[in-house]
Design a protein around this ligand. Structure first.
Ligand code: BG6
Ligand code: MG
Length: 215
């Protein structure tokens, strides 16, 4: 018997690669507003909420704007992003993820989505995988977003399992930090040096070996 009962998956960068769409949408906004933005800054926005992402971009540009502008810019970026994600189809799943979800459901594990995105449901619909999740935790579920543990604790509570019974799969440093603050086991996808707080790290989703962890 595995000590894990539930799997909580991040969306962007774990199930599908939407980072490029976030990048393109921020690029459009920053170009229009005469701000500098590049892929390195974009890296720093992974797993981070929309408003916090914009605050980081402004900080990078040593700019500050009124609250009203902050929210209207964030909304504009979101409109661009929403347009991009309309093209998402099941082919946009990252390697191995569909078989992992099928396998977990087939073996009686509980599953949750734990994404900071307010667009998570639209992305899941595009990928046609909504039904693989017992619970969907997204950017609307809790007030404090990652790296706070709140979203993952919300998922555990909804699934009726303890944090120790949860395994979180995440690609962002903010997400690994959130999982560890929630006292859950964290599986990182990406660079082991960056995700050094994770309990296990796989370079990409193709390398995931869950049986190694589940036992
Ligand atoms: C996370 C992404 O999943 O969602 C972040 O990694 C993004 O880059 C955040 O900022 C919020 O997304 P949204 O769709 O609510 O703007
Ligand atoms: Mg992510």
């Amino acid at each position: 018997m595995s000590k894990f009962k539930a799997f909580i998956f991040d969306l962007d960068g774990v199930i599908t690669d939407t980072a490029e769409f976030h990048y393109l949408a921020w690029k459009q906004l920053t170009e229009e507003e005469g701000m500098s933005f590049n892929r390195e800054v974009n890296e720093d926005l992974k797993g981070v909420s929309r408003i916090e992402s914009l605050k980081r971009i402004l900080q990078h540009n040593e700019r500050s704007v009124s609250d009203e502008k902050l929210h209207s810019w964030a909304e504009r970026k979101n409109n661009y992003y929403v347009d991009f994600i309309k093209k998402i189809t099941p082919e946009y799943m990252l390697p191995k993820m569909l078989s992992i979800l099928k396998n977990l459901k087939g073996n009686g594990f509980k599953t949750a989505l734990g994404s900071a995105s307010k667009n998570a449901r639209a992305v899941l619909n595009g990928l046609k995988i909504t039904d693989y999740f017992d619970i969907i935790g997204d950017g609307n579920s809790v007030k404090n977003s990652k790296p706070a543990p709140d979203l993952f604790l919300f998922c555990a509570e909804q699934l009726n399992v303890t944090p120790a019974e949860c395994l979180v799969v995440e690609d962002a440093e903010a997400g690994i930090e959130a999982a560890k603050s929630a006292a859950m086991t964290a599986v990182g996808i990406g660079d082991a040096n960056k995700l050094n707080e994770a309990d296990y790290v796989f370079a990409s989703t193709s390398d995931i070996n869950l049986s190694l962890i589940i036992g």
